[in-house]
Design a protein around this ligand. Sequence first.
Ligand SMILES: O=C(O)[C@H](O)[C@@H](O)[C@H](O)[C@H](O)COP(=O)(O)O
Length: 261
Amino acid sequence: MSQAPQLVVHRDKELMAQAAAARLITRIVDAQSSRGSASVVLTGGRNGNGLLAELAAAPARDAIDWGRLDLWWGDERFLPEGDPERNVTQAREALLDSVPLDPKRVHAMPASDGPYGNDVDAAAAAYAEELARAAGPENHGPVPTFDVLMLGVGPDTHVASLFPELPAVRETERTVVGVHGAPKPPPTRISLTLPAIRSAREVWLLAAGEDKAQAAAIALSGAGEIQAPAAGARGKTRTLWLLDAAAASQLPRSLYPPASP
Ligand SMILES: O=C(O)[C@H](O)[C@@H](O)[C@H](O)[C@H](O)COP(=O)(O)O
């Protein structure tokens, strides 16, 4: 059962990234201690990459058993392998190239010059199959139960590559879809859908900067998920919004700051 979102507001985006990196280390170590391994879904965008860079710099990062960590992506820009705009390329630079991950556990989304060529729908279907293969009977569905799934939030309230009103955000069956005509470049993308996102134990939404203030206020004030995709991103056990003060500046007073006792 999804809980109401919890909000944590940090002074600025640097502190937000550092605190989120510390939180992620703890969460991964806890999952590895209780289940043997951990699975995390990464996001593209400045805030997601800022968090990864802070994780790379954190002395406690080696508390993580990197060989027992599965990494997945919430979305990808459908571009050639190694393109600097690909989310996986940016994640490699920020963190992945500097830690001893098991390459078999790094589940990058296909590139536009990979086995599916420029057929983004076939590439999305292949990623859905990869997720389904990784899901065990205990997951009760076509995707593994991710421990933490992170999402940046766009100024238009998009998350992953689920943009307001576009077909991808309306998807209720498939776990991964090809996205055509995205308003944020590049226009062709691959994205997890809301049902796949909601199979995660914890969903963390990262929003920093004044340009996110309206989006956060809308998504947290009861908007519908078709108009405001961030409103539909919820975890099974926890939904956490990690914000900086600027992104929290337009939240209704009933949400933040918390009422005093
Ligand atoms: O491929 C992408 O661009 C994303 O995955 C996208 O959903 C991103 O996370 C948001 O647009 C927030 O981006 P910022 O953190 O840069 O604002």
